[in-house]
Design a protein around this ligand. Structure first.
Ligand code: AR6
Length: 171
C-alpha cells in the first residue's frame, strides 16, 4: 500500500497531495510553487483565509485546502523544518509533518495521499535522513491505523531520492 513514484506530484489523481509549504502559507519555490501554479488562485485564496484565522502554519503542522484545478481533490499544506545541523528537533518536526498530514487526511475521509520529500529541497534536510524519518513515520501510522488508507505514495522528483525510498521500503 506504500508506493514510490518518481515524477511531478501535481499530476497525481489522489484524494490529497501534500505541499511542502512555509509558515506564511503564501507560496514559494520548489514543489510549493509548482502546486500553486498548477492549481490556480483558489488554493492561495483559501490559504489567505486560514492565515487570517490562525496566523499561518507552524513548523510540523498541517492545514487543508481545495486543490483548485489539480487532479487531486485536496491539498494538505505542511511546513517542514529548515535543516540547522540536526540538533534543533528537526527529525521530530519532520515526523510531525507526516503524522499531522495523515491525521488531517483521516479526519477528512481522504484515503489516498501523496507526499513530496518534505524539507529536502530549499530547506536543506539531508535526503537519506529525511527518507528514513518519512518511511518510519508513515509505517508506524499505518500500523496504528491499518484501515485508514488505500494508498500512501512517496513522490520523488529526483532519482537519488527514488533509490533511497525504494531501498527503505524493500526492507
Ligand atoms: N513534484 C514533486 N516533488 C517536487 C516538485 C514537484 N513538482 N518540485 C520540487 N519537488 P522544496 P522544502 C521536490 O524545496 O525543502 C518553498 O519555497 C524537490 O526536488 O520544494 O520543504 C516553500 O515555500 C525536493 O525533493 O521544499 C518553502 O519556503 C522536495 O520536492 C520551502 O520551499 C522538497 O523541496 C520549503 O522547502
Amino acid at each position: 500500500m506504500i508506493e514510490v513514484i518518481q515524477g511531478d506530484i501535481t499530476k497525481l489523481e489522489v484524494d490529497a497531495i501534500v505541499n511542502a509549504a512555509n509558515s506564511s502559507l503564501l507560496g514559494g519555490g520548489g514543489v510549493d510553487g509548482a502546486i500553486h501554479r498548477a492549481g490556480g488562485s483558489a488554493i492561495l485564496e483559501e490559504c489567505r483565509v486560514i492565515r487570517a484565522k490562525q496566523g499561518g502554519c507552524k513548523t510540523g503542522q498541517s492545514v487543508l485546502t481545495t486543490a483548485g484545478k489539480l487532479p487531486a481533490k485536496k491539498v494538505i499544506h505542511t511546513v517542514g523544518p529548515i535543516w540547522q545541523g540536526g540538533k534543533n528537533e528537526e527529525a521530530t518536526l519532520l515526523a510531525n509533518c507526516y503524522t499531522n498530514s495523515l491525521n488531517l487526511a483521516v479526519e477528512n475521509g481522504l484515503r489516498s495521499i501523496a507526499f513530496p520529500n518534505i524539507s529536502t529541497g530549499i530547506y536543506g534536510y539531508p535526503k537519506a535522513a529525511a527518507a528514513e524519518v518519512a518511511v518510519e513515520t508513515v509505517r508506524s501510522f499505518i500500523k496504528q491505523h491499518p484501515d485508514a488508507f488505500e494508498r500512501v505514495i512517496f513522490v520523488c522528483f529526483e532519482a537519488d531520492n527514488t533509490a533511497l525510498y525504494q531501498k527503505l521500503l524493500e526492507g
